[in-house]
Write a protein that binds this ligand. Structure first.
Ligand code: ATP
Length: 306
């Protein structure tokens, strides 16, 4: 599996509350500086507490106006639904999902949440209600507590501990001499890939947003870790509208709906079995994967190649 350019990686840190005064803030400012000019509209409203009913209506977008990536794309996602996006690499899955928190602005059509155009909400009130977990978890050089509280700075000690427990970080924290106050990162305890993922999951449990974006890893953790992280992610997705850029068969199989994106837009959608029976693009992607070595069976790169 190659390393692909993933816009979400570069900019997702921007989505969170900025931890003023916490080491690492400067890096966020650097990231902010790379963000395109998406700003609050005059008269933008504070989004109310959202249920997470999402609609893409005739959405068009291209990074370069001369080269559209999405055109006239429509999709309705019910509050609480889990939708997995799959398709060939470069088809536009990440791009489509990046439009929801307005990392980029649609050039045609609109995206609404609970009937409100996302462009009419302030960026802060929109992004507060969207959590993102991605493959490269961003840690800053503070304590575990700081790194979790980054999901919601005013959280109490009990809330931070509860979020850590729900993300199954309890055993790790208990094993460290300073517990939640253990410094992590370059100057502290180095966390494994799986532990970092759990930290990101704890952040989102704490933040408790109605909408969740999961950018699944393409590269493998070991299978046992992978399974247990997947379980935590499933728990995290419970009761939230969840959009997954999916690579793992486990996610894809269990999604309420799979949306297959190709360069021509949404090619098909349905459940795993329905799409297999339809003998279309999904089935072809799936069959191509079946040729992969068995060790990769749980991490099928449904996005690889065209
Ligand atoms: P993958 O599974 O490989 O991540 P994807 O389906 O998520 O692919 P996108 O990352 O959305 O695809 O990319 C869609 C197209 O947009 C590709 O041609 C990609 O090169 C291009 N692209 C992505 N991000 C940018 C960007 N920030 N600027 C310019 N072009 C971009």
């Amino acid at each position: 599996v190659g390393v692909f350019y993933r816009p979400l990686d570069k900019i997702a840190a921007v989505i969170e509350t900025y931890p003023k005064g916490i080491a690492g803030f400067q890096r966020y400012q650097a990231l902010l500086a790379t963000e395109p000019d998406v700003v609050d509209r005059p008269g933008a409203i504070e989004a109310p507490a959202l249920r997470g009913d999402i609609r893409f209506e005739g959405v068009g977008f291209g990074y370069d106006p001369a080269r559209p990536i999405l055109s006239d794309t429509s999709l309705a996602i019910a509050a609480g639904e889990t939708v997995a996006f799959v398709g060939p690499s470069g088809a536009g899955k990440t791009t489509l999902i990046s439009l929801l928190p307005r990392f980029y602005e649609v050039t045609a059509g609109r995206i609404t949440i609970d009937g409100i155009d996302v462009r009419n909400m302030t960026l802060a009130s929109l992004r507060r209600q969207i959590g993102i977990v991605q493959q490269d978890v961003f840690l800053f050089g503070g304590t575990i507590r700081d790194n979790i509280a980054y999901g919601r700075l005013e959280a109490s000690e009990d809330e931070i501990r509860a979020a850590a427990e729900r993300a199954r970080l309890g055993p790790l924290i208990d094993s460290l001499p300073d517990g939640l106050d253990t410094v992590v990162g370059e100057r502290g305890v180095k966390l494994s890939g799986g532990q970092k993922q759990r930290l990101a999951i704890a952040r989102i449990f704490l933040k408790n947003p109605p909408i969740l974006i999961l950018d699944e890893a393409t590269s493998a953790l070991d299978t046992a870790t992978e399974r247990s992280i997947q379980q935590s992610l499933n728990e995290l997705a419970e009761g939230r509208t969840t959009l997954v850029i999916a690579h793992r068969l486990a996610t894809i199989r269990h999604a309420d709906r799979i949306v297959v994106i190709t360069e021509d837009g949404i090619a098909e959608q349905g459940r795993h079995d329905e799409l297999l029976a339809a003998r279309g693009v999904y089935r072809r992607l799936h069959e191509a994967q079946a040729m992969q070595p068995a060790a990769a069976a749980d991490l099928l790169p449904l996005t690889v190649g065209t």
